[in-house]
Design a binder for this molecule. Structure first.
Ligand SMILES: C[S@@+](CC[C@H](N)C(=O)[O-])C[C@H]1O[C@@H](n2cnc3c(N)ncnc32)[C@H](O)[C@@H]1O
Length: 291
């Protein structure tokens, strides 16, 4: 499939495209390894749910730095194919480098908005995503577009976060940062990591896009932000996610960031046991079919 240039900043997801091509995308790309460590086990659960099998053609939606794209490529094998789609140039750069380093000949990447990209008709058996489908301004239109690329009987499998209240790993540092800078609570109907937090909303998006056999399974787990190291977790909270975005929006300088870091550290300490930070998290594992 042909590579496109930078996705248009004027499209329906212009705001998110900008976000993932500036600080957020750069930071993810730099912290790729530690982020993969934190969310890797959840991705494994989603990969297992996807049932990716030899010879299949899969799309990894919002593939980011390509960890799951590479794993899908291993599962579909030499005669299968995987396409990683993402709007973030820095993250796709990492994904390409990873595929090259692993010598994956069955992988290609597309810099494009999955809500509107023309991915072909009936071209894939599987749409997969690890935390890459919550950033569309019109998620029903996005899933309808993605569904067109699936063959009849094809399936979608993805993992997304439950509501922020069920994810203290993000809520706790966020509330700490909100003591220093204005930080509106995330609107669950707007693009963002918690946009698929409500099970009924996921159900209505997928049925609105004409998917059938929708199965949404909740799972609670614990995460070790910063690999379980509080200081690294504090850095992480100041660089990635809604709290980090609020600090950037407020133009926080060194002094304010240092004060926010202290408050975040204090808030995280109670979750440390035997020197290791572990925090509760909750996800939805979702599967549906194109009937
Ligand atoms: C939370 S990150 C997850 C990245 C990757 N799936 C992972 O698990 O490491 C969300 C990803 O979705 C991508 N994304 C956001 N909006 C998108 C869109 N409209 N089309 C394609 N990708 C998008 C971002 O650029 C980012 O790489």
């Amino acid at each position: 499939m042909a590579e496109t240039d930078m996705p248009s900043f004027g499209g329906p997801n212009a705001e998110q495209i900008k976000y993932w091509n500036e600080a957020a995308g750069e930071t993810w790309a730099e912290r790729e390894e530690s982020l993969d460590q934190v969310i890797g086990p959840i991705g494994e659960r989603a990969l297992a749910l996807s049932d990716a099998a030899p010879d299949e053609r899969a799309v990894d939606v919002g593939c980011g730095c390509g960890a799951t794209t590479a794993e899908l490529a291993r599962r579909v094998g030499r005669k299968g194919a995987v396409l990683g789609v993402d709007v973030s140039r820095p993250m796709l750069g990492r994904a390409r480098a990873r595929a090259l380093a692993l010598g994956l000949a069955n992988v290609s990447f597309l810099l494009a908005d999955a809500q509107t990209a023309e991915l072909g008709r009936d071209a894939f058996d599987l749409l997969f995503s690890r935390f890459g489908v919550m950033f569309f301004t019109d998620p029903t239109a996005a899933f309808a577009n993605l569904r067109r690329a699936l063959r009849p009987g094809g399936r979608v499998a993805f993992v997304c976060w439950q509501a922020i209240q069920r994810n203290p790993w993000m809520l706790v540092p966020g509330l700490a940062i909100a003591r220093h800078v204005p930080m509106p609570p995330p609107d669950p109907n707007r693009p963002g990591p918690f946009a698929f937090g409500d099970r009924e909303r996921i159900q209505s998006i997928l049925s609105g896009a004409n998917f059938g056999e929708i199965a949404i399974q909740g799972e609670e787990l614990s995460l070790a932000p910063g690999g379980g190291d509080v200081n690294r977790a504090v850095e992480f909270a100041l660089e990635i996610g809604p709290g980090a975005a609020a600090l950037r929006a407020a133009g926080a300088g060194c002094e304010l960031r240092a004060r926010a870091a202290d408050t975040v550290r204090e808030a995280l300490e109670p979750f440390t046991q035997h020197g290791k930070l572990e925090m509760p998290a909750a996800v939805w594992l979702v599967r549906a079919c194109r009937g």
